[in-house]
Design a protein around this ligand. Sequence first.
Ligand SMILES: NC(=O)c1ccc[n+]([C@@H]2O[C@H](COP(=O)([O-])OP(=O)(O)OC[C@H]3O[C@@H](n4cnc5c(N)ncnc54)[C@H](O)[C@@H]3O)[C@@H](O)[C@H]2O)c1
Length: 342
Amino acid sequence: MSDKIRVVLTGCGGMSGRWLEVATKMSDVDIVGLVDIREEAAKKRAQDFSIDNPFIGTDLSAALDKLKPDVVFDCTVPEAHTPVTLEALSHGCHVMGEKPMSDSMENARKALKAAQEADKIYAVIQNRRYDPRIRRLRNYLEIGDIGSITTLNCDFYIGAHFGGFRDHMEHVLLLDMAIHTFDAARFITGADPVSVYCKEWNPSGSWYDHDASAVAIFEMTGGVVYTYRGSWCAEGLNTTWECDWRVIGENGSVTWDGAGNFKAQKVEETGGFFSKWKDVELPQHDPGEKVGGHEGLIKEFIKCVKTGGVPETVCTDNIKSLAMVFGAIESAQKGKPVDIQV
Ligand SMILES: NC(=O)c1ccc[n+]([C@@H]2O[C@H](COP(=O)([O-])OP(=O)(O)OC[C@H]3O[C@@H](n4cnc5c(N)ncnc54)[C@H](O)[C@@H]3O)[C@@H](O)[C@H]2O)c1
């Protein structure tokens, strides 16, 4: 493989801008083709980023036959993620795609199996993981200062007036947003999902057609209980997009507002009605290259393609976050707890 990784990007809508902003500045990446079912979108992206004479097309298979790239970047809509990934893998390409990994667990499993059979990397963007603040929290918990984690709570309350497809989408909060939050919960606890009980509803006053609020209780490995409360139609007192978190360990607790504010207390002395607690400042942590959202993930992926490494958000791991989303939806539909199957 040459030093320059040849990339075809497909799905030239809103999000592709962030990918191209990163990729066009990387000296070891060459964007050789742009594909979209709307040719004008692909042409526009070539102009926006002054990409030198790329192949522009509407047919991914034809583009891959002609260009034989090393990598496909998939920025299409969720329903197209699996077909795009299967096509790319069948042409011998590594794939990095936008979240969510797929529009169903069945499709996600199909894509995972195809990546394993092709012996290619298939990784998914989870940009909110590549944030120095969540890395600092995770680092502190890993040190074990508050003991093993027993409980994780988070609140997501954002009154978002999108005014587009999201206003009409089913399970909008769980499918479109909670994938980030559930993935963050796995990252914070280092635990994987076992079962979930979820209630989804559309509050009166909601400007969405379908359920835009949800409450879910997950049982995670190691006996960790994770509770999620969220809404995309909560006016006032909004949380951050990263959520408001509380982590309880055997020996102390940490809160994080999703921005720069952490609070932590751990037990100094026990014996009385209340223990004596000590405030703790979370140690600073150098997350290395795992920062910058899309930038960190895309750079890590390209490095793995070149060196044979495994990206943190490889499909075999990311499918567990997706399983939390589909588990929550299934539970809400059945009105009872369900086991989470990866
Ligand atoms: N990581 C994040 O924070 C974040 C934020 C927003 C959106 N997203 C994700 O990014 C993806 C794209 O979202 P968007 O906001 O850019 O949507 P968008 O509608 O603006 O763009 C999608 C593009 O894909 C094209 N497309 C659809 N089907 C295709 C196919 N089969 N082949 C080629 N092109 C196809 C469409 O014509 C469109 O240009 C979604 O999966 C979305 O969930 C991620």
